[in-house]
Write a protein that binds this ligand. Structure first.
Ligand code: ZN
Length: 419
């Protein structure tokens, strides 16, 4: 996939590629009334949106991020598709820059922590992405995700509705983890495995706070890495976030992210065309660090990352080929939810007995829908990663779609990996 991305972003990996900066605050300055979603101006005031894009291009940005961050059904209802298409048209109409269709989170928590079902998230993102992709952006940018599962839903949606390369960017906390607990290495393993074209970090913190995240990402993936930090951590002033890092102070700190291994750097909240201009100037002539040829295999649960070598004690409690109790449950109880309930008891025992990971195989004894009931619950209750060895390919596919994490491939399993 990175080959495709390098064919649309000239010089990627050879010279600094510069993203644009913050959008919402600039539109507010141009008169966007509070309460009006920024993406509505793609329809109501496209010349203002166009002006912001041009300011960033004139400042030296290579990338044009569409004004569609919250342009989804959760924020804009039935206007989402129209606003998304209009946003791409505005950016495309500039005739300059690499146009990235910007997709932000739903603003809702996914099950099991919230009430948004995973497949509803996929469907919601798919509608917005289909509308935007029809206007022919160069790539898709999923950004500011704090939950890897939601980003997975958006990535699956993007892959189902377009052939465009998909860049995925996360907002990490100061502890170096997503809200749901996964660290940069786990995120890199998961999203490289899912077919992302590039992996990055944005928002959340300033450029100095982001350097350890970028360096961890760069060590953990062969994909291009990118960074769009805020103009420092905000101070709150009468209910408003104020970003204090000036362009002069921002540029060298953001530039240092290239030295940590990023190939593309820009800005997020609080950054302005001046920040991008200063970054462009101070990054001139920097050489890009090569991506690692190999990265150590990692396996993750929803919230933890493990070296493949750490996984020694693999429980077969949920392997119907190996555990007669699980066979009995699957053949003796009907209904995916009840089967999942009973299976959870076996899983708890295995985890109490010190399992590092759980091997899961229905062995054709139950409808693969049991995976949809079982896997989210298992992942909510346990940090142990799951390894799917179901020989039925369609069942294996469902399990891997539902899984929130990075598991090894069944091919690696057959070759004797993690065994
Ligand atoms: Zn931001």
């Amino acid at each position: 996939m990175s080959k495709i991305l390098s064919s649309i972003i000239p010089g990627l990996g050879e010279r600094p590629v510069i993203f644009d900066g913050g959008f919402g605050t600039r539109l507010q300055r141009l008169g966007l009334p509070s309460g009006v979603p920024p993406a509505m101006w793609n329809i109501q005031n496209p010349s203002a949106v166009c002006g912001v894009h041009l300011a960033y291009l004139d400042a030296g940005a290579d990338m044009v991020t569409t004004n569609t961050f919250t342009s989804n059904r959760w924020f804009l209802g039935d206007k989402a598709e129209e606003a998304t298409a209009a946003g791409v048209r505005v950016a495309r109409g500039l005739g300059r820059g690499v146009v990235a269709l910007d997709i932000g989170p739903s603003g809702r928590m996914l099950e099991p922590f919230g009430d948004l079902p995973f497949e509803d998230a996929v469907e919601g993102f798919a509608r917005t992405i289909a509308a935007g992709a029809a206007e022919q952006p160069d790539c898709i940018l999923l950004e500011t995700f704090t939950d890897a599962y939601e980003a997975k839903a958006a990535l699956i949606a993007a892959q189902s509705r377009s052939d465009l390369p998909v860049m995925v960017s996360f907002s990490f906390g100061e502890n170096g983890r997503l809200l749901t607990g996964l660290d940069a290495r786990g995120v890199a393993a998961m999203f490289e495995g899912l077919g992302a074209a590039a992996i990055g970090a944005n928002c959340g913190m300033g450029p100095d706070g982001m350097s350890s995240i970028i360096s961890a990402l760069a060590r953990s993936t062969r994909l291009p890495v990118f960074a769009n930090p805020n103009a420092g951590l905000p101070d709150m002033e009468s209910g408003q976030a104020v970003y204090r890092l000036t362009a002069e102070d921002y540029a060298p700190l953001a530039c240092a992210l290239f030295n940590e291994g990023a190939w593309m750097v820009g800005g997020c909240c609080g950054t302005e065309p001046d920040h991008i201009r200063a970054l462009r100037a101070s990054s001139r002539g920097l050489s890009m660090r090569a991506r690692p040829a190999n990265v150590p295999e990692a396996i993750t649960s929803a919230s933890r990352t493990y070296d493949a070598s750490e996984i020694v004690n693999i429980s077969d409690a949920l392997d119907a080929r190996a555990n007669p109790r699980f066979r009995e449950i699957l053949s003796g109880i009907s209904g995916a939810d009840d089967q999942a309930d009973a299976a959870m008891e076996l899983a708890f025992d295995a985890i109490d007995e010190g399992a590092d990971a759980l091997r899961v195989n229905l062995d054709g004894l139950a409808d693969a829908r049991v995976y949809r009931a079982l896997i989210p619950r298992l992942q909510q209750e346990s940090r142990a990663p799951l390894i799917f060895t179901d020989i039925d390919e369609s069942a294996q596919k469902i399990a891997r779609r539902v899984y929130n994490g990075h598991t090894i491939t069944s091919e690696a399993w057959k070759e004797g990996g993690l065994g």
